[in-house]
Write a protein that binds this ligand. Structure first.
Ligand SMILES: *Cc1c(COP(=O)(O)O)cnc(C)c1O
Length: 389
């Protein structure tokens, strides 16, 4: 049993209980006020930066609208994401096309809609940008190694070696584009703050060498996401990230900081969601088996995909939790007919022994990478519903 108070206050929990009482499971309940506070806190801790919300973390229109009202900018990866954000009244000047993997006609579409800032990490893509988005601002994403300390790594697939980034920024200039900056992503749910030190040092090297060798003055660093939400594996507080990262920036850039962009996803919306699910079946695989299998109406295909490899360990609260309640280890699984739909088997959650069919489980901190990161109806199970509180 997790200590619920470590994740959510009693009054917030009560409000959640009242709101969720008669709702059908499975569903995700998002607390807009928590996102608002997270945004303000991030603003306060990184006052020198601009925030581009990574829409993929949770693309709910109400979340986008609220962040837009709070002056957030947006990191967008596809045409449908762009259309959605524009339809909600966001102006293209507040949008960055952050996906390095895109078709030439997607670039043309973004350009036509007024977007002028593009990420890249390859020559082929850069040439496409030069033809379809003449004069656009280019930032190059560099590779950073982050598979050990990030709970959801984003390494290998994105970014290029700094030597290639150097060449690409020169090529950008030669193709009539604006060589604008460098980006990186140290890996999502990055627990090692030192990873930013490394990435900022590589960035500094590129700023200096491009200016000295080529007279190219870059003006922006996009430090990506990676800031944590609260799961069961402990992390430093966000304020420690802020202090350390500020120090790394000053060590390398002194007082003359370039424009800094952050692209938070998980840290803005993660702890604002609670996934409510119901026990469908409790069983044992033989008469003397020690472990119970607890099957839920939510699983890997409808909201809990980040349990892949048991990467993200959500805090789980049950409707049977009470002080002194007797608990035992369980294996947790989803409802579909696919054996991949096991949530936690190596890592054993301890849940009340009198857990019964129909009891509720509450997965806390499920506001990020859940609702839209799911199948459309595998086995007939519908995509999970979101309610905004
Ligand atoms: C997913 C993504 C983010 C958000 O990362 P978090 O770790 O969720 O904050 C930011 N930038 C880019 C380019 C991304 O792909």
């Amino acid at each position: 049993m997790v200590n619920r108070g470590d994740y959510i206050s009693d009054s917030e929990w009560q409000r959640f209980q009242d709101f969720s009482k008669d709702r059908e499971t499975p569903c995700i309940i998002m607390n807009l006020q928590t996102i608002r506070e997270n945004y303000q806190r991030l603003r306060g801790l990184f006052p020198y930066s601009e925030i581009y919300y990574a829409v993929k973390a949770n693309p709910d229109p109400e979340i986008i609208s609220m962040l837009a009202e709070m002056d957030s900018c947006f990191d967008i990866a596809s045409r449908p994401e762009l259309d959605k954000v524009l339809a909600l009244g966001v102006i293209p000047e507040r949008i960055s096309y952050g996906n390095t993997i895109k078709k030439a006609r997607d670039i043309a579409y973004f350009y036509e809609k007024g977007v002028r800032m593009f990420a890249t990490d390859s020559k082929e893509d850069l040439k496409n940008i030069a033809s379809a988005a003449p004069g656009a601002k280019i930032y190059v994403r560099i590779l950073v190694e982050n598979s050990v300390t990030a709970d959801w790594p984003l390494s290998r697939k994105f970014g290029c070696h700094p030597d290639m980034a150097y060449d690409l920024l020169i090529l950008a200039r030669d193709l009539g584009l604006v060589p604008y900056g460098i980006s990186f992503h140290v890996g999502s749910q990055q627990r090692d703050i030192g990873q930013w030190d490394d990435a900022i040092a590589k960035t500094k090297y590129l700023f200096s060498s491009l200016e000295e060798d080529e007279g190219i003055r870059l003006s922006m660093i996009n430090m990506g996401g990676g800031f944590p939400a609260s799961y069961t594996t402990p992390t430093n507080d966000l304020s420690e990230y802020a202090t350390e990262i500020r120090r790394y920036l000053e060590d390398d850039f002194g007082d003359d900081l370039p424009k800094i962009i952050l692209e938070p996803g998980r840290s803005l919306v993660g702890n604002a969601g609670i996934l409510m699910t119901e026990v469908v079946l409790v069983s044992r695989k033989n008469n003397t088996a020690l472990n119970r299998w607890v099957y839920l109406d939510a699983g890997k295909f409808n909201g809990l995909i980040e349990t892949l490899d048991e990467s993200i360990k959500y805090p789980i609260v049950t409707s049977k939790d009470a002080p002194g309640v007797k608990e035992a280890e369980v294996i947790l699984a989803g409802p579909t007919c696919d054996s991949m739909d096991i949530l936690y088997e190596d890592y054993k959650y301890r849940l009340p022994v009198d857990l019964k069919v129909g009891d509720k489980l509450y997965f806390l901190s499920t506001g990020a990478y859940t609702a839209s990161y799911a199948s459309v109806g595998f086995n007939g199970f519908l995509p999970i519903k979101t309610h905004i509180m």
